[in-house]
Design a protein around this ligand. Sequence first.
Ligand SMILES: NC(=O)c1ccc[n+]([C@@H]2O[C@H](COP(=O)([O-])OP(=O)(O)OC[C@H]3O[C@@H](n4cnc5c(N)ncnc54)[C@H](OP(=O)(O)O)[C@@H]3O)[C@@H](O)[C@H]2O)c1
Length: 285
Amino acid sequence: MNRKSLHMVGVWILVQGGSAMKYAEFTNKVAIVTGASRGIGRAVAEVLIESGANVLLVSQHAATLQETVRALSLLGPGQAVAEACTIDGSEETASMIVHAAVSLWGRLDYMVNAAGGARVATVMGANWNNWHEDFDVKFWGYLALMRAAIPFMKRSGDGVVVNLVGVAGKDPNPQLAIASAVNGALRAVTKALADEVSPDHIRLINVNPGSTETDLLHKMAESYAQIRHTAVDVVLDDMRRRGPLGRLPTALDVANVVCFLLSDGAALVTGTSVDIDGGVHRGLA
Ligand SMILES: NC(=O)c1ccc[n+]([C@@H]2O[C@H](COP(=O)([O-])OP(=O)(O)OC[C@H]3O[C@@H](n4cnc5c(N)ncnc54)[C@H](OP(=O)(O)O)[C@@H]3O)[C@@H](O)[C@H]2O)c1
C-alpha cells in the first residue's frame, strides 16, 4: 500500500466515527482474528496491531486478505500475517489456524471470531444446504476455533475469546432465521464454555452488533430490497433511521468494544454478551 492509499485508510477511519483506542497490555501478545480482510474483523485487527499485538488474519480470498495485511503492517508496532483459508466447521481447519499462530509466535492470547455473515432467508425459504453451510461457518466454525485455541491459552496462563454473534440471537428475526438460530446456539455454548474454563483464567464473551456499516449490511440490504420490491438505498435509509442514537454502528465502533473486552479493563467480564446496536434492541436481557 502506498502513501496515498494509507492516507485513504486514515480518512476511512475518520469517516467511520473517530479514532481507535490503544492498549499497552496488547504489546507482544498474540491474536487470531477471523473474517479479518474486511469489516469488523479488519477493524479489530487494526486496533490490536496498533497496540502492539501480533495478529494472524484469516479470511477466504487471498488477494483481499494480502492487501489488508499490507495496509495493516504499516500501522505496526504489531505484526500482521495472512492465513487464507475457508472456515468450514471442521476441527482440522481450526487446528491448522491455531497451530499457524502458535508456530509463528509461540503463544496464543486472544481469539476473535468474526468470519461469516447473515443470509436473508426464512425457516422454510432457506434450503437445507443453506442451513448446513451457515452453521458450518459460524456455529461449528466458531466452536471448533474456541476448542482449538483454549489448550494454548491454558499454556499462556490466561486468554480471551470474543465472538461476533448478533442481536438476532436474542430477538429471533423471521427473515434472518438461520442467523437467529446460529447466534442463539453460540450464546448457549459460550456461556457453558466460559463456566468450564474460568478456573484457567480464560474469558469468553459474545458481542451483538446491530446492523453495522459493513459490506454485509449492503448485501443484506440488497436482499431486503428484492423482497420488498424497493431500492437498496430506501432499505438502508430505513435501517439508519431506526437507531435511537441517530446512526448505525461502524466497524470501528464495534472493534473498540471488542478490544476493550479483550483488555485487562474487562478482567471480570465473561460468559455474557454485549450489544453494540445504538439502542435498537428493546429487550431487557
Ligand atoms: N454487519 C452487521 O450488520 C452484523 C450484524 C450482526 C452480526 N454481524 C456479524 O459480525 C461478523 C462480521 O461481519 P461483517 O459485517 O464484518 O462482515 P463482512 O464485512 O461481510 O466481512 C466478513 C468477513 O468474513 C470472512 N469470511 C466469510 N466467510 C468465511 C469463511 N467461511 N471462512 C473464512 N472467512 C470468511 C470474509 O472474508 P472473504 O471475503 O474472504 O470471504 C470477510 O473477511 C459476522 O459474523 C457477522 O455475522 C454483523
